[in-house]
Design a protein around this ligand. Sequence first.
Ligand code: NAP
Ligand code: SF4
Length: 685
Amino acid sequence: MTHPLYPHLLEPLTLGAGDDALTLRNRVVMGSMHTGLEDHPWDIDRLAAFFEERARGGVGLIITGGYAPTKRGWLKPFASEMTHRLHAMRHERITGAVHDAGGAIALQVLHAGRYGYHPLSQSASDKKSPITPFKPSAMSSKEVDHTATAFAKSVALARKAGYDAVEIMGSEGYLINQFLAARTNDRDDQWGGSASRRMHFAVEVVRRSRELVGDDFPIVYRISLLDLVEGGQTWEETAELALHLQAAGVTVFNTGIGWHEARVPTIITQVPRGAWRSHTARLKQVVDVPVCASNRINTPELAEDILAAGEADLVSMARPLLADPAFVAKAMDERADEINTCIACNQACLDHVFSNDRASCLVNPRACHETELMLMPTLRKQTVAVVGAGPAGLAAATSAAERGFAVTLLERSPSLGGQFRLAMAVPGKEDFAETLRYFTRRLDVLGVDVRLGVEATPDDLAGFDHVVVATGVEPRMPDIPGIDHGSVASYADVLSGAVVPGKRVAVIGAGGIGVDVSVFLTHEPEDLEDWMAHWGVGDPALHEGGLVEKKPRTPTREVTLVQRKTTPIGIGLGKTSGWAHRAVLKQSHVTQVSGATYDRISDEGLHVTVDGVARVIEADTIVVCAGQDSVRGLYDDLTSPPVEQGEGRARVETRGLHLIGGADVAAELDAKRAIKQGTEVVAGL
Ligand code: NAP
Ligand code: SF4
């Protein structure tokens, strides 16, 4: 039956034919994402549980993280590979779990090429990538031939392991891309020298794979539609490649945007949703096989819209399925407002993976920890009071209610969200509002007794079995002479709109919030066309790699961002997004001052000393982003011993008292730590 809301998204699709025919129950593909669980045999059960939960949640096709076809194709030393029948046997644990849950799963075969973080890396040429310290060796013709066959063998092993399909990774700048682009391929043998010869490797990989697995086994090929690097492919070349690959046996084209070394953000929050859909639509005009859209698609509405417009046949979402394993089931039940939406922050997923940590998700700390962080139903009819409705309190309240506790959430302000509410005011962070929508709805669905505008006292908390104090933080006001001057405002005042800064602004403190505030102060909201122009994204049909000169930004204010440290500003920002934030500061002509000592604040502005030289940063407004202090008055009241017998009436037994979030530790508090701690504390009740 056709679904009333998502008729295209939830429509089945059959791939392949014969015994290998694979009917997907819907058009949602969980895109490949390395989680860190792929790399160790002992993590296989965790990985199986991770995929199983997504299969239960209704996703049409899951694609695993990348598995190398040869050791030299590893992402890092001893990383995941599919090169031996023992690997295939081990993977039966994964395919079995997914199939038992009613799902389908494809293995991704990925050769890292010059992105390999190890000294054995190989590529088409010996050109080092700008994002790895290792220079690859150029493959001999024989080695190229051997590698194409190795891809095919991995594909065959995947089939043996029970995978329903494979994906050959031909985008994001990995080995296959390195052969395709003149940027990274200066060979003059049969694997390089002209655009057509550079395509030879990709086509051979598919042709040999098809030969080994027969006509019907579904082979997905992830094709790069827009390289976003100098010396990248033109659209003409991409279209020609697609036709060759189709002829060689590709069943479905998945799509990728931008190489990892591209200096244009492609998936982080500031990228407008659905930014790349027109490129998928263009590929669909070229090929006859189904095409899958990807990158910055995070709601069922957007996914449906892309399919309904005929721009794609499938939609790939990787991080959104990390954030909510039940994404599809909720869409199916017409409960999309209950989806825990991925906010494209990268903080717990890609930032972890690129730091060699296990991936998780800022809004769903259970992701990749399904066997460890469990919210088991409680049999005890106990009550829980949560004080404070910032990320930590919201996570604690909803997790406790999910376990079956009777939960009361008390919040001093008239709205939910705490500091998180401020983040969504920053241009490019609008998606953060989705998390508050999710928690608000979840509290409602779970029947949490929410009391806003209530300053909780120890008396209010008497009688609860558990009290979770999540009273959060307040902006720190540093001890600088003149800090009481009328021109001084906190970041909270500015982001909430309570204070509208003047034209010249000095920002004290260049942590994540100082950078965000600088962006807020210099930017007007921009549409997709402007965004593309500011990042220099053009038409790959006209410009190699799709790159054009960037359109200069016209900042709305003159901002100087100041810190005491001497390190480069923004160095501590997220690994996979910090560079983009730093680039935006530059584009917006934000003046950056490091190694400053704050002398005083006067009518003129902010007086600082840098390198022993005193100077004044002229400013109409000085915005303080100097971190936060814990708000702990309530906790202290609850834990301070009674002065006299009888006065301890409202004191909560320490056994049932928990301090979490910024109220616990303010330093470097972020929503990731807050939500994780809120969930973990409740899991342990
Ligand atoms: P933060 O990252 O700790 O930065 C605050 C900065 O203020 C410090 O780097 C420090 O720099 C300065 N500072 C601290 N005490 C000071 C004092 N007494 N006087 C003057 N300057 C002082 O905190 P935040 O910017 O408030 O961010 C809070 C949390 O949210 C952090 O964990 C952050 O990672 C996270 N966040 C991340 C992002 C992102 O990644 N895009 C965005 C927003 C928030 P100096 O000592 O060098 O001056
Ligand atoms: Fe999405 Fe952020 Fe979660 Fe990654 S950590 S899946 S980007 S919400």
